[in-house]
Each structure stands twice: as structure tokens, then as C-alpha cells.
Write a protein that binds this ligand. Structure first.
Ligand code: NDP
Length: 291
């Protein structure tokens, strides 16, 4: 088996599964899942993400609704739009593309979304459900990581997992998911002492730091599985290149499995967004999806 965990191929299989279940939901229950994506402002990276989300949502057979708002939109106007979407029965998932302009409080907007239509898993109710073993929506990026880990390693119980990074969107939910799988979990961050020694204990090492190629191969236990969440744009040899948070060449040499950047965690994130939208549509209508 290749050491490289092919996130692109895995994401394709997730998308195909979602498309099949969407077709079933339409045929059996006359329900077409709908995802509303709200974009505030002109940030070029956000525009690309939103466009890709729209294309993939439609390709899976779901309805995609895009709401593009000017940077000058007020928090009250944005909250009014969220309220309209909460009450729109054709919308099963609402995603507000982050970051938002500084005059708008992100947490106020996220928590205004009906948690049953929250497809990012950022709403406090879904955060609480994840951390108490409930059946809520799981944030897309960590969900993609745990799917790839289970696919590669099978049962994760008893493994030492180290997550470097403690953000609300990646590090913390990743740690919660690993704990749910009965791993022994350490969360490392910028104040962690002797980070190399902590990382060397990991059977599963997840890097979600946002620092290009920070983790070298000699921080990796031989045979460990390395999940690189980082997406960093750097200049090298006069060209712009995407690299992760781990130094791929040296880590690949010691790991038993590793996700590349690009082509690892990234493609799984949008596939999991489609998965979450489908799940929310089924939940909202009280339908149990086929296996
Ligand atoms: P944040 O900036 O929110 O969090 C980074 C975390 O890394 C913080 O907890 C911080 O610690 C920790 N950290 C920073 N420097 C160090 C250091 N020197 N040693 C140890 N820990 C450190 O980032 P995100 O979680 O949002 O994203 C992390 C990475 O994942 C980024 O590269 C981002 O682009 C990528 N990403 C990729 C996605 C995908 O789809 N593949 C989706 C989302 C993010 P502290 O809390 O102490 O400051």
C-alpha cells in the first residue's frame, strides 16, 4: 500500500456516495437538499472557495444558493438574511464564509444560524454535542481527517494522538473526534514545552498550525501516521507553491502513512461539507438515509 493517503481520490468517493444518497432522497422522499452560502466582501480566496462549493454542491445533485453581500453590510442586515434562510424550507444548510469584516461579530452570526442548518459544525449546540458524545454536525476539516484515519488504520482505540493546534475550527474538534475514537489525545500549541518530544510520542500526528513545513521528520515517531492540515502559500525558486505544516520529504521518510499538500486534507473538506448538508437535510425531514 502506498504511504501517501490520497485525499483527492477519497474525496471523490465521498462525493459519489453523497450524490447517490441525494438521488435516493429525491426519488423516495421528493427532497432536494439545498445549501446556502453567504459571502461578505471581495476576498479573492473566499470567492474561489465559494465558487468551488457551489460547483460541487450542484454536481452532487443538490441546490446551491449564493448570497453575495457588500463589505459595508451591517451585522443586523446579515442577521436578517440568516433569519430568512433559517425559515426557508428549501435551505437545509447555511454556511457563512469566514472571515467576516471586523465590524461584524463572527460568533453572533454563527450562533444565529439554526443549529439544525449549521453545516460547518461551529454553532455552540453542535460544539456541545460533539464534546458530549451527541449526534451533531462535525466541522468539515476534522471530519475529513478522521474519515481518512479510520479508512487507513481501522480501529483507532488506544493510539497516542497528538494534535498540534487548538483552534475552534480544526485543533479542538479534531482532538474531540480522536477522543471519541478512544485515542489518548494530547493537544499541543504555541506554549507547549518541548514540542518535538511531544510529537515523537504520537502514533497519529495531526499538524494544524499554519506555519509552513514546521514539523521536520525527526519529530515523527517511525511508523506514525501524519495528517497535515496546513495550507501555506510560499515563494520558492521564483514560484508560488502550496506547502503544509509538515516538511513532507523528511516526514514521509519515517511515517507509515502521510497526507500530501495539496491533495490530502484540502479536497476532503468540501466533500465533507456536502456530506454534512445531506445529513442535515435528512435530519430536518426525519429521514434515515440508507447505508
Ligand atoms: P489558527 O491560526 O486558528 O490556529 C493555529 C494553532 O497553531 C494555534 O492553536 C496556535 O497556538 C498553534 N501554533 C502556532 N504556532 C505554533 C508553534 N510554533 N508551535 C505550536 N503551535 C503553534 O489556524 P487554523 O486552525 O485555522 O488552521 C491551521 C492550518 O490549517 C492553517 O495552515 C490553515 O490554512 C489550515 N486549514 C486547512 C483547511 C483545509 O481544508 N485543509 C481548513 C482550515 C484550516 P496558540 O493557540 O497557542 O496560539
Amino acid at each position: 500500500m502506498s504511504k501517501v493517503i490520497d485525499g483527492k481520490a477519497f474525496a471523490e468517493s465521498v462525493r459519489q456516495d453523497v450524490a447517490k444518497q441525494v438521488a435516493w432522497l429525491k426519488d423516495e422522499h421528493d427532497i432536494t437538499p439545498g445549501l446556502a452560502v453567504v459571502l461578505v466582501g471581495e476576498d479573492p480566496a473566499s470567492q474561489v472557495y465559494v465558487r468551488n462549493k457551489g460547483i460541487q454542491t450542484k454536481a452532487a445533485g443538490m441546490n446551491s444558493y449564493e448570497h453575495k453581500l457588500d463589505t459595508s453590510v451591517t451585522e443586523d442586515e446579515l442577521l436578517a438574511l440568516i433569519n430568512t434562510l433559517n425559515n426557508d424550507s428549501s435551505v437545509h444548510g447555511i454556511l457563512v464564509q469566514l472571515p467576516l469584516p471586523s465590524h461584524i461579530e463572527e460568533s453572533a452570526v454563527i450562533d444565529a444560524i439554526d443549529y439544525r442548518k449549521d453545516v460547518d459544525g461551529f454553532h455552540l449546540t453542535n460544539v456541545g454535542l460533539l464534546n458530549t458524545g451527541g449526534d451533531g454536525v462535525v466541522p468539515c476539516t476534522p471530519l475529513g481527517c478522521i474519515m481518512m484515519l479510520k479508512d487507513r488504520l481501522g480501529d483507532l482505540s488506544g493510539k497516542n494522538a497528538v494534535v498540534v493546534g487548538r483552534s475552534n475550527i480544526v485543533g479542538k474538534p479534531m482532538a474531540a473526534l480522536l477522543l471519541k475514537e478512544s485515542c489518548t489525545v494530547t493537544i499541543a500549541h504555541s506554549r507547549t514545552q518541548d514540542l518535538p518530544a511531544v510529537c515523537r510520542e504520537a502514533d497519529i500526528l495531526v499538524a494544524a498550525v499554519g506555519r509552513p513545513e514546521m514539523v521536520p521528520g525527526d519529530w515523527v515517531k517511525p511508523g506514525a501516521t501524519v495528517i497535515d492540515v496546513g495550507i501555506n502559500r510560499i515563494e520558492r525558486d521564483g514560484k508560488t507553491k502550496l506547502v503544509g505544516d509538515v516538511d513532507y520529504a523528511s516526514c514521509e521518510a519515517v511515517a507509515s502513512a502521510i497526507t500530501p499538500v495539496p491533495g490530502g486534507v484540502g479536497p476532503m473538506t468540501i466533500a465533507c461539507l456536502l456530506h454534512n448538508t445531506l445529513q442535515q437535510a435528512a435530519r430536518l425531514h426525519g429521514v434515515t438515509l440508507p447505508e
